[in-house]
Design a protein around this ligand. Structure first.
Ligand code: FES
Ligand SMILES: [Fe+2]
Length: 399
């Protein structure tokens, strides 16, 4: 039988997820603090669904690897000699060592084979044998079935250049669930962009949903980012698309009086424009998200994607990847652009962290505070509840 608190939370989630947006309410506070709710999310959301772990540019050539973590499991994405991608567990099948420990192995690089640094067991990387044990020294005097020794493999889909992995064999393929979003993002050619830089904020003291929800609405621009983002992309001008299912999108035109700070073609961010954009993409910002934990901000010169990875009921890591057109890297001022972009992102992120930490403090109040109401600009949060309810209770409209 379900723990009483969990049962009450799921009942409340089912009720809230059935409300129309006009009467939409926030999730109950305990959904952001409760250990049992967190465990259920881990099992049914993070181990039951597709998660973004990077971009194809990070594993562009045969032999390339990318270390990443998803669904509580250390993973490595590899590209084999035939160009095929694989997502493998990094947990050695001998005594559970991380095969690519962050202490000694770079986050990405190139390998011929995967060798555990503890006792030097090696694993194959090619084709259908990816993850299969290749060698294990000093194991011939014991009864050991080498053929059965293999690193678990995750499903992997490349969607618009993003590496998406899934631990659940029964989960439906991802791409058909995102066709409407793919159409909206097509002008940006995500698969052809390259990584300018990555950044991360580890151990943020808040439930992952607080940060994901913050990233899924521009309503807070007028408060949190009043002196920064709101000057360029005012929250009040955001139009949220009436999408359904497991993704959302919204568009904010650049403020007319931001033109003074603008570069060529009205783009206020200084960078190399993504080729082929239309007037709409050149004159505003699109924010798009894929449940459970991916949000993208698409600008004329860059696409930033952020993932919030839970590390406990009230902590998460925030992972940021900034993509630019390939020819941007050949521009003489590229390094200066990257530094300016990093600084700009840090300013925004620090503003967001004030909100994210502050909301978590509010949620942790005892007794639990009662919920609030949504603006129409918070439609993505309302959609997110339906997704969550679908995963956790079987209710709601999401697949
Ligand atoms: S734990 Fe990997 S070889 Fe021993
Ligand atoms: Fe923000």
């Amino acid at each position: 039988m379900l723990h009483d608190t969990l049962h009450a939370l799921l009942t409340e989630l089912a009720r809230i997820s059935a409300l129309p947006l006009e009467r939409g309410e926030t999730l109950p506070a305990r959904a952001y603090t409760d250990e049992a709710f967190h465990r259920l999310e881990h099992d049914r959301v993070f181990r039951g669904d597709w998660l973004c772990v990077g971009h194809v540019d990070q594993v562009a050539r045969p032999g390339d690897y990318l270390r990443t973590d998803a669904a509580g499991e250390p993973l490595v994405v590899t590209r084999d000699e035939d160009g095929h991608l694989h997502a493998l567990s990094r947990v050695c099948r001998h005594r559970f060592m991380d095969i690519l420990p962050p202490e000694t192995a770079p986050e990405q690089g190139s390998l011929e084979r995967l060798m555990c640094p503890y006792h030097t067991w090696t694993y194959r990387l090619n084709g259908e044998y990816a993850g299969q044990l290749a060698g294990a020294p000093m194991m011939s005097k014991v009864d050991f079935d080498r053929a059965a020794c293999r690193l678990p493999r995750y499903r992997l889909e490349v969607w618009n250049g993003l590496l998406m992995v899934c631990a659940a064999p029964e989960a439906p393929p991802l791409a058909p669930q995102l066709t409407g979003l793919a159409e909206r993002l097509a002008p940006y050619g995500l698969a052809d962009l390259v990584v300018a830089y990555t950044d991360r904020w580890d151990g943020v003291p808040a439930n992952w949903k607080v940060a994901f929800e913050n990233g899924s609405e521009n309503y807070h621009h007028m408060g949190t980012h009043a002196g920064t983002l709101d000057v360029l992309v005012p929250g009040k001008d955001t139009v949220v698309d009436e999408s359904d299912g497991r993704w959302f999108s919204m568009y904010t035109p650049f403020a007319a009086d931001a033109a003074d700070a603008a570069g060529e073609d009205g783009a206020p961010m200084v960078g190399t424009l993504i080729p082929g954009l239309g007037a709409r993409q050149l004159s505003g910002m699109t924010v798009a998200g894929v449940f459970p934990n991916l949000v993208m901000a698409l600008l004329p010169d860059s696409v930033t994607f952020v993932r919030w990875v839970p590390t406990g009921p009230v902590t998460h890591d925030a992972l940021v990847t900034v993509l630019v057109p390939a020819h941007a890297k050949r521009q003489p001022l590229f390094e200066a652009y990257v530094e300016a972009s990093r600084r700009q992102f840090e300013v925004i992120q620090n503003e967001d962290l004030v909100a994210v930490r502050g909301v978590q403090r509010g949620l942790a109040t005892d007794p639990a505070p009662s919920g609030g109401r949504f603006s129409h600009l918070e439609r993505p949060l309302w959609q997110f509840q339906r997704y969550l309810a679908g995963r956790l209770t079987g209710a709601g409209s999401a697949a």
